[in-house]
Structures are given as C-alpha cells and as structure tokens.
Design a binder for this molecule. Sequence first.
Ligand code: NAD
Length: 419
Amino acid sequence: MKKNTCHQSALDVALLQYDSVAEKLDIEPGIRETLRHPQFAVEVAFPVKMDDGTVKVFKGYRVIHNNARGPGKGGVRYHPDVTFDEVKALSMWMTWKCAVVGLPFGGAKGGVTCNPLEMSKGEIERLTRRFTSEISNVIGPTTDIPGPDVFTNPQVMAWMMDTYSTQKGELTPGVVTGKPIPLGGSLGRNSATAKGVVICIREAVKELGLSLNNLKIAVQGYGNVGLNAVSMLHDYGCKIVGVTDIMGGVYCENGLDPKALTNQLEKTGSIEGTPGTDDLSNEDLFGLDCDVLIPAAIGNQITQDNAETIKAKIIAEGANGPTTPEADKILCDKGVMIIPDVLANAGGVTVSYFEWVQNLMRYYWSEEEVHERLERIMTESFTAVLGAAKEKGTSLRAAAYNLAILRVSEAMKLRGISS
Ligand code: NAD
C-alpha cells in the first residue's frame, strides 16, 4: 500500500528525496550509503530550574549530518514537536543547502523539545545555557556552528555564545551566528532569507518571460521571511493579493499594502482583519489566482490534497520542507516551476556564513557589501541549478540535489576514509 505522505516523518521525506537522486548518480556505493546517515548525533537530557522552584528535565539534540566540506552549520529549534528524527532530517537538508550555494560548511541542526511560548525569559535563558553546556564539546567555530531557527532568536544566540565563551575562557563570537549586531552579528542578516527568495523569484520570472510589474503574489506566513519578501516584492511593483499567518489571512484583488499589514500585526499580533481587506483562510490561499506562491511558514503545507488547486506558475519555498513528495510530483506534472527550499531560502545561511567570516577576521562589512555578495551567490546558484535542470531535463529540486550530492561526495572521495 502506498504510504500517505502526511504521515511520513521529515526523516522519511529527506531520505526519499536523497535516494531518488543519489541512486541515479555515479558515486561510490559506500559514499552513497554514508550520506544516508548522520555522521554524529547526540541526545542529551538535562535539568532546568523553573520559576516555581521545581526542576524540569528537557531533551535536546545536536546532529552533524556531514562535515566533508567544512564545519557543521545549522540552527537550533525550540518547539514542543521537536524529535531526534526531525533534527536528523533538518541536518541533512542543511548539508545540501550549504553545498548548493557553495558554502564551505557541512550540515547540522539542533533542537530542544520544549514550548518556549509557555516559558518565562529566565526559564528560556537557563534552558539555553544548560543545553549549550551539554553540547559544548560538539559545537565550536571550527567544528559545528549553531544559529537561530524556529522559536530561537538573536538573544538566545547571545546566551549560547556567552555560555560557550565563558567555558572556554575566551570570547568566541564565531561559535554561533544570528547574534545581535553589538555582539558580532552581521548587517543584512535579518532580511537575508527573504532577499534570497526574492532574487530567485526575479530570476525565475526572467526565465519564464514574465514581468515583475503587477505579478500576482500569494504568501503563507508573515514572519521574518514572509514580511520581508512581501515588502521587497511590493517595491518591485508586484501585486500582493493574499497573505496568511497562523491566525488567518487577508485578500485584496487590487493588491495589499504591506505597511497596513505590518501595522495590523504590530497592533494585534496577526495580519487578520487588516482594514480594507477581505478574509482569507490558509486553505483558500493555495488556490488563489496568482503567479507566484511563497510558502513561508512551516513544513508539509502543500500536499496531495491541495496541489491540484494551485494556480501559481512559480512556487518559491521560503519555508523548509513545505511541499510533500506527492504534491511535488503533481505540481511538476502540471508544469509549475518549484524553486526548492535548499536553494530558495539559502540566503539566510549565506549571510550566516558572512557573519562567521567577519567574526573570524574581526573585520566587519557594510550592509552594502553583504547585499552585493549575497546577490552574487544567489544569482550564480540559481543559474547553476537552472542550467543543470535544463541539461538533464529534471525539476529544479532534482537538479539542486544532484549538484549538492555530487559536491559533497566529491569532497568525501578526495578526503578518503580514515582508519
Ligand atoms: P517566523 O516565526 O518569523 O514566522 C512564521 C510565520 O508563519 C508567522 O507569520 C506565523 O504566524 C506563520 N505560521 C506559523 N504556523 C502557521 C500555520 N500553521 N499556518 C499558517 N501560518 C503559520 O519564522 P520565519 O523565520 O519567517 O521562518 C519561516 C519559515 O522559513 C520556516 O519554515 C523556517 O524554517 C524557514 N526559514 C527561515 C529562515 C530565516 O532566516 N528566518 C531561513 C531558512 C528557512
């Protein structure tokens, strides 16, 4: 019986995506098998003193999928649904993402199973410091460099950096990225992921012979990625017809005003009910009459249940893993151009790389320099993936995986097997 993707774990999906490309590549079987597994994975259980005086035990994970091309790189997620397997899948995706855009990093990821929305700032700080201590022999500026992910932010990165630096007896800003600017964060990091998404859309639009002017855009998620992408695309002359967040959404045939959306978000915590707009549900967003759809919220949103209804010509995956493999096939058969997550949202890790480089050099760049370098890397990466897809007659996702797996396996082959 065919497995329902909705019940597939992130790790099932990551392995399926990898196997479907790797089995067609001429790489040594031993290397191919090695890449199916994380190279290093640690699970820790640690106590945290809560505000009411009780002690609660939390589980945390850090996984390095592969470090053939450089130290592990990947965020730390705080979420009640975090599992060891999910972290393994996310670490594997990081390996491909870093390789697709040519960064000298391997893939890694971390997480703690917790609900930070129900914890005080003090509790989150104590959890962060203890988790950092538990994994301090794994992470390091030349071994494995965490960054922010779902429900972690620059403040959490500052606590991680401080805990690690205190233990090592020296200030080590390069141990994490996504730090606040006064602690060695990079200018341009906040909008980097959205900027990468927008660069990919701009190049895709060129390829399809469309124009950005009046291009109709629908976006799921109005957080770091969604909000910044909406604002940049609006400035390019695109018409933002629909946006949703976890509470609901808004629609306007003539185009939404990003300033009004952000005002509403700041006032109420959601864009829902922005004056002058009609209500829009997350289900209806996917079927909207639009040219570009940007999933920028969470994983598993585009499934076999809604893929047929999608009218967009381009899907730019701002989120990680928003499209299930079944939906991917339906959309490819319909001729939709899907810009895969490992390419579309790689602007974030690219500027994290810049932050790390600046930390190691102790020399900081202007925002303009950051943007110029990001622009070059994203444009070149998009062109390389598109070229490979055309040459081999595959989807952009298969082409991106193809490039990434070949780059990683070449590095592994050159390094050989140590004994
Ligand atoms: P965020 O927390 O700032 O915003 C998330 C947005 O998604 C919010 O508007 C939230 O309301 C909405 N959302 C959450 N659950 C939803 C649901 N069930 N239905 C509809 N909307 C929902 O997060 P972000 O940093 O913007 O990240 C968004 C996605 O992009 C995530 O998948 C993340 O892994 C991915 N990503 C982010 C970065 C980055 O640099 N921020 C980099 C690469 C990938």
